[in-house]
Design a protein around this ligand. Sequence first.
Ligand code: SDX
Length: 394
Amino acid sequence: SQDIFTYDPGYMSTGSCKSAITYIDGDAGVLLHRGYAIADLAENCSFLEVAYAILKGELPNQAQKEKFEFDITRHSMLNEQINFFFRGFRRDSHPMAVLCGVVGAMAAFYHDSIDINDPHHRMVASYRLVAKMPTIVAWAYKYSLGQPFMYPQNKLSYAENFLHMMFATPCEEYKVSPVLARAMDRILILHADHEQNASTSTVRLAGSSGANPFACIAAGIASLWGPAHGGANEAVLQMLHEIGSVDRIPEYIKKAKDKDDPFRLMGFGHRVYKNYDPRAKIMAQTCHEVLNELGVHDEPLLKLAMELERIALEDEYFVSRKLFPNVDFYSGIIFRAMGIPTQVFTCLFALARTVGWIAQWNEMLTDPDQKIGRPRQLYIGSPYREFVPLNKRA
Ligand code: SDX
């Protein structure tokens, strides 16, 4: 628990930090954002309400909520010049590569106007990033299809706008189902922040040198991409397709337990949770709701995932190591049912996590104890030795 962490500013330079944003009790499977339980937030809030709380510390009242929604909506367009960045990529580029490149390039458009020591400037940069991520992700997808970019519509909510930009075309409007928009809101909430995970620590470490926020978020995107982290949602779908049928599950459980086999059960296990990831429970429930809404009643991948979970949770190897499904285990099945291609899954994770990343970046810059990050090492190399000239080396 938090009280065993004796706070010492020297720790700050090793990448450890103090934060008031998210609290996790891994043994109890508890996740709080600004003190609110994730289940309460997912059930009762829109993503922008939770984003407001994560960024500013309190859930908004009605007036604050409306002002925040207005401000974010009106920052959702991209500088038209950025449009040309997309055209530099191959059409078959992985959308995470495009996301990383375009967000990093935002530094060339918005960085000069930012003094990161000015709280107002930091909040404007934060709003820009939260507002523009859905546009960038949707445009990366449209670019891969060779379809024209769809511009954000101010009359739509954050989740509705994203689905509109993803699936509408100039020839045909995309009718956003309220159930799918609500599900998308909830999924984004489940991914919004998660304490000092690998990508958030990457953003903090990059930001501790005074780097601009767009470059820091691009670094976070790069870290999230890995299959051990945010890339797991894409890897879960690939794993389920590879398993193919329920009768092949034992073969893959055996592989996952084999020390000599690099295969791991994707979507299972967690650095912190040694209990069921509270987000996974809500994700599984959302998965059933979305499939019902879409009239998909016998999704084979869902049946496979549920049987895989049942078998793993009865297996001593997983039980003894307290390995449970994590946030990534069911999310890909929902995204696929919504028509989102597998390669875009991690982009959605990055879209949502931008709120947590930028809130933690802001928090770090307001901390007077914060120093430039300098993680420690245990030196295991050669002791001092005399120099050997080239003509004397074996
Ligand atoms: C995310 O940090 C965060 O908060 C991340 C995240 C967030 O919101 O930011 O929650 C998002 O990244 C979730 C995790 C997504 N990744 C995956 O689903 C990939 C599969 N999971 C594993 O790669 C693994 O569980 C990790 C990377 C998530 C955690 O790895 P650890 O820290 O090494 O796990 P551990 O120390 O708890 O492992 C204990 C044992 C080890 O075996 P032994 O040495 O005891 O014999 O369990 C084994 C591990 O090999 N193990 C697994 C396993 N996960 C751990 N064995 C098989 N399949 C797995 N999935």
